[in-house]
Design a protein around this ligand. Sequence first.
Ligand code: NI
Length: 266
Amino acid sequence: MNPDSFFAALWKQYTDVTPQAARIHEALESRGETVLNDHVAFRTFNQSPMRLSQLEPQLLAMGYTPLEPYHFPNKHLDAWGYLPAEDRLPKIFLSELRVEALPADCQAIVQSLVEQVPLDFAERKDAFYCGLPWALPSSEDYQRLAEVSEYAAWMSVMGMRANHFTIAVHKLDSFPDLEAVNDFVAKDLALPLNDAGGAIKGGPEVFLAQSSTRADRLNVTFSDDVTIEVPTCFYEFAQRFVTPDGDLYPGFVAASADRIFESTNR
Ligand code: NI
């Protein structure tokens, strides 16, 4: 698939449930900024037919190359970073939940969702932006998943979509640094930031500083007719720094990403 069509479809689906992202994007453009994406992040379960290794070929077919793996033992997550063929395109961060690390009852809930996914799912053109490939769970199952893994609960109601887009702060003209962007978002636009571990994760010492908003909210009516307000998606801001070899740092920082995941906590 053509990467431009891919990201256009993703952005449309993402802003439908993340109105704050459209608002921030517009506010920056009305200051005269051209907003470029640093990366786009996806989530999945490490279960066939939708595990990372099965989804990856679609990224490779768009010219992406695997950079390196990342591990988040506390959250039972593994991830890979991917670099685009062209600099103007965003990097991709694809994570998956190690379902076998969950308690047996939660594994069974995830299994009841994943067994509804068609076997050729990973080959579908819209696999990364089809939303839910299963029927909504019950509110009880959602809440049980959320007790154990906010990530699993998020997946059960949001499915396949961009979990977040990320603005490349180092490519903005009118902001000296990430702190200035945070001020603009939190003060001028009055949108709350995810302050888990401090508003800014990382910094020049790891060549990447990141911050994020707290996810928007959406009322979801579950299979048992109970309606609950759930977190949808958030917007991230990343400032990359030049490494000693003279290039912008290309990777991700696990310790920072670990806390960014919490932007979709309830
Ligand atoms: Ni990110």
